[in-house]
Design a protein around this ligand. Structure first.
Ligand SMILES: O=C(O)CCC(=O)C(=O)O
Ligand SMILES: [Fe+2]
Length: 321
């Protein structure tokens, strides 16, 4: 049927007849968490304080042109919400659902394990991410150009934030041009009980989230899930590597996104992730609970834990004995 095959929505699994009560698993709204704002022109003590608690903050004076962000969101909407799923799937970097959660694996996959999320994963080290894919004029070509430009800004912002941190600023702890951008869409989800992205900490040094106005992002703060209000600022959250190099002084904040229930095109976000260089030995001069490790070691451990237990364990795997 033409109408069906033209749908932009990936084939997300709905709850079946296996006795689930999806409504009982609905992610509830939390009380809104007021986030600190750090001025990139004068980060001062506000930056250090925000990194210690809550581990996520809004960034002012970041210098990312508003029209670039607007054009990128428009291109993301064009590609992700207006293009048939089969065309998106043919593009390099496209993903949907939860990587690794596919029925061919030995563990059974429940609809509740599958994130209601799709997007493009773009490595900034490849300057023209879609160059070999779509013809000029295709929505993916436009997106690729814009992501490359946006990525330059993200790298600049990440370096300035990192250099202003009070923690160990060994240069190789931030490979800002080797990171990646993910352009996300959380498609409208017709039944409650699904996640947009499950609770996790980022494996990054730092991450920068740019979200539209749909809302749904939550962070774990003092043991409770709290809503992060959408707004026209960049959000910076610290990741596991920042926690490691600061000997736990900085918070790698657990966060998640509720599946989009707002209707329409769902929720869009542009996320930048920056990591240490592969050859950097991640450690803390002042001594820490963790043994020194490299990012490839950390990633291999995360992958092994996901394969074996279904979940990332993270820094706890690197505790000194
Ligand atoms: O889309 C968002 O706002 C957050 C996504 C996220 O946490 C991630 O991709 O690690
Ligand atoms: Fe994240």
């Amino acid at each position: 049927m033409a109408a069906e095959s033209d749908s932009p929505c990936p084939p997300f699994p709905l709850f079946g007849e296996d006795g689930d009560d999806p409504a009982s698993e609905t992610i509830p709204h939390g009380e809104e968490l007021e986030l600190p704002t750090v001025d990139l022109d004068s980060p001062g003590r506000a930056l250090d304080a925000a990194c210690r608690r809550p581990g996520i903050f809004r960034l002012a004076n970041h210098g990312v042109p508003a029209d670039l962000t607007a054009r990128l969101f428009a291109a993301a909407r064009d590609l992700l919400a207006r293009t048939p799923f089969r065309d998106k799937q043919a593009q390099p970097g496209y993903f949907w659902g939860t990587p690794g959660a596919s029925p061919s694996r030995s563990r059974p996959v429940h609809p509740r394990d599958v994130n209601w999320l799709e997007g493009y994963h773009v490595h900034l080290a490849q300057p023209r991410p879609f160059a070999v894919g779509p013809p000029a004029g295709h929505a993916a070509a436009a997106l690729g150009e814009l992501v490359a430009e946006y990525g330059e800004h993200m790298a600049r912002v990440a370096r300035r934030v990192f250099d202003a941190l009070a923690a160990d600023k060994t240069e190789s702890y931030l490979n800002e041009h080797g990171g990646y951008v993910r352009v996300h869409r959380y498609p409208w989800c017709p039944e409650p009980g699904h996640k947009g992205i499950e609770a996790h900490t980022d494996s990054t040094t730092l991450s920068i989230i740019n979200q539209d106005l749909a809302g749904g992002l939550q962070v774990l703060h003092d043991g409770a899930w709290r809503d992060v209000a959408p707004g026209e600022t960049l959000l910076v959250n610290l990741g596991d590597m920042a926690r490691a190099i600061s000997a736990d002084a900085y918070v790698s904040v657990p966060h998640r996104v509720a599946a989009s229930r707002a209707g329409g095109d769902g929720r869009l976000s542009l996320c930048y992730f920056a990591f240490p260089r592969d050859d950097a030995l991640v450690s803390c001069d002042g001594g820490s609970r963790y043994r020194p490790f490299t990012l490839p070691e950390f990633r291999a451990q995360v992958q092994a834990d996901i394969r074996e237990t279904g979940a990332k364990v993270g820094l706890e795997r690197f505790l000194r004995h």
